[in-house]
Write a protein that binds this ligand. Structure first.
Ligand code: TYM
Length: 346
C-alpha cells in the first residue's frame, strides 16, 4: 500500500487565533489536507514561553480546537490533539535539548526578538522552545510542515537536528522489525510556506507581524471578533502617505491589505492593483473589511456553536490524545533504544 506523506502543524494557544494564523497556517492546512496524512495540534506546552493566566490558557485551548474543527479539519479525517496530553512530546524534547547547541539556539531570530521584549525575566523555555517544536515534528515522522514565514528557521533547525541524530545513532531493531532494512531514526521534514500570505502584518504597525500576543487591540483581527470589530479594525488600518494603490514594499500598509485580499480570494495581488486603478485607500479598506468578515463569520459562528458542547470537544481531545500517543510511541522507543537506554524487550 502506498502510504500518504505525513503533514503536521500546530498553533500556540497564547491567545485567541488571529487572521494571520488563519491565512498563514490554517488555510494551507485545508488546501493540503486531502493529499496528505494530516496531523494538527494545539501546542499548549509552547504557550508557557510567555506568562499565562491558567483560565485563559484553558479557554484559548478549547477555542483553538473549536476553530480547527469549524474551519473544516474534521477529527474523523485527521489527527487532532492537544500537545500536553501526549507525554512523548516532552520526553523527546529533553533528548533534542541535549542534541542542540547553545550556538544554534542563539541564532534563532524569534528568540532574539521575543527575549528583547521579555525584559530581564527571560524564561529558559523561550530559548529552548525550538527543540520542543523539533520533537513535535520528528515524533510523527512528518514530511511536510505548513507554516508561516516566521517558522521557517525553526524547521531548518529541526532538519539539522534530525540529520545529526540520523548520522550519529543507528536504530536497534527488535525482532518485530523482521527482515526490513533499517530505517533512519527520523524523516527529514520540509517546510511548506504559502506563496501569498506567509506574513500578515499588524494593521496599526504594518512593518511588524500580526501577532496573537504582541499586537495592539486594533493591530490584530481575532477569529472571535464580531463583524463590527473586524470592520472597525480594517477601516482604521494604518495606510501610507500618497494616494496610489500599489503593491510595493514602501507601502507596507497597502501591501498588507492587498495581501489579505489576495490570500482570501485567490486573486493575484497585481490583478487587484489593476482593478483599484483610480480608486482611493478608503475603497480598498471597505472591500478588505467585507472580504475578511465573509471569511471569518462562518468559522466563528460554527466555533461558537461547538464551544457550547464542551463534552463533545472533550471527546475529540481524549480520542486525539490516545491516537497521537499510539503514533508517537514507536518513534520514541526507537530513539531510546538507539541512544542506549535500557529497554526491556517484550
Ligand atoms: P504560532 O502559534 O506563533 O503561529 C501558528 C502558525 O501561524 C503562522 N502565523 C502567521 N502566518 C502569517 N502571518 C502572520 N502574521 C502569522 N502569525 C502566525 C505561523 O507561522 C505558524 O505557522 N512554534 C510554532 C508552533 C508550533 C509548530 C510545531 C508549528 C509548535 N510546534 C510543529 C508546526 C509544527 C508557533 O509558535 O506558531
Amino acid at each position: 500500500m502506498n502510504r500518504k506523506a505525513v503533514m503536521l502543524s500546530g498553533i500556540k494557544p497564547t491567545n485567541f487565533l488571529t487572521l494571520g494564523n488563519s491565512i498563514g497556517a490554517i488555510k494551507s492546512w485545508l488546501n493540503l489536507f486531502e493529499t496528505y496524512d494530516p496531523i494538527f495540534m494545539v501546542v499548549d506546552l509552547h504557550s508557557l514561553t510567555v506568562p499565562q493566566d491558567p483560565e485563559k490558557l484553558r479557554e484559548a485551548t478549547y477555542r483553538s480546537l473549536a476553530v480547527y474543527v469549524a474551519a473544516g479539519l474534521d477529527p474523523k479525517r485527521c489527527l487532532l490533539f492537544v500537545q500536553s496530553q501526549v507525554p512523548e512530546h516532552a520526553q523527546l524534547s529533553w533528548i533534542m535539548n541535549c542534541m542542540a547547541t547553545m550556538g544554534e539556539l542563539n541564532r534563532m531570530t524569534q528568540f532574539k526578538d521575543k527575549s528583547e521584549r521579555a525584559g530581564s525575566h527571560i524564561p529558559a523555555g523561550l530559548f529552548t522552545y525550538p527543540v520542543l517544536m523539533a520533537a513535535d515534528i520528528l515524533l510523527y515522522q512528518a514530511n511536510w510542515v505548513p507554516v508561516g514565514a516566521d517558522q521557517k528557521q525553526h524547521i531548518e533547525l529541526t532538519r539539522d537536528l534530525a540529520i545529526r541524530m540520523n548520522n550519529r545513532f543507528t536504530p536497534q531493531e527488535g525482532p518485530e522489525a523482521g527482515a526490513t532494512p533499517k530505517k533512519p531514526l527520523f524523516t527529514i521534514p520540509e517546510p511548506y510556506i504559502p506563496p501569498v500570505g506567509a506574513r500578515i502584518m499588524d494593521l496599526q504597525e504594518p512593518t511588524n507581524k500580526m501577532g496573537k500576543s504582541d499586537s495592539s487591540e486594533n493591530g490584530a483581527v481575532y477569529l472571535f471578533d464580531s463583524d463590527k470589530d473586524i470592520e472597525r479594525k480594517l477601516k482604521r488600518a494604518v495606510t501610507d502617505s500618497g494616494t496610489e494603490i500599489a503593491f510595493s514594499d514602501d507601502k507596507p500598509g497597502i501591501q498588507n491589505l492587498l495581501t489579505i485580499q489576495a490570500a482570501l480570494t485567490g486573486k493575484k495581488p497585481q490583478d487587484l492593483v489593476a482593478a483599484y486603478a483610480g480608486k482611493q485607500y478608503g475603497h480598498l479598506k471597505v472591500d478588505t473589511a467585507e472580504i475578511v468578515v465573509q471569511a471569518i463569520r462562518p468559522v466563528r459562528d460554527e466555533a461558537e456553536r461547538l464551544l457550547k458542547d464542551r463534552g463533545e470537544l472533550d471527546r475529540i481531545l481524549a480520542e486525539g490524545a490516545r491516537r497521537a500517543s499510539e503514533r508517537a510511541a514507536p518513534t520514541l522507543r526507537r530513539v531510546y533504544d538507539a541512544l542506549g537506554f535500557a529497554l526491556p524487550r517484550a
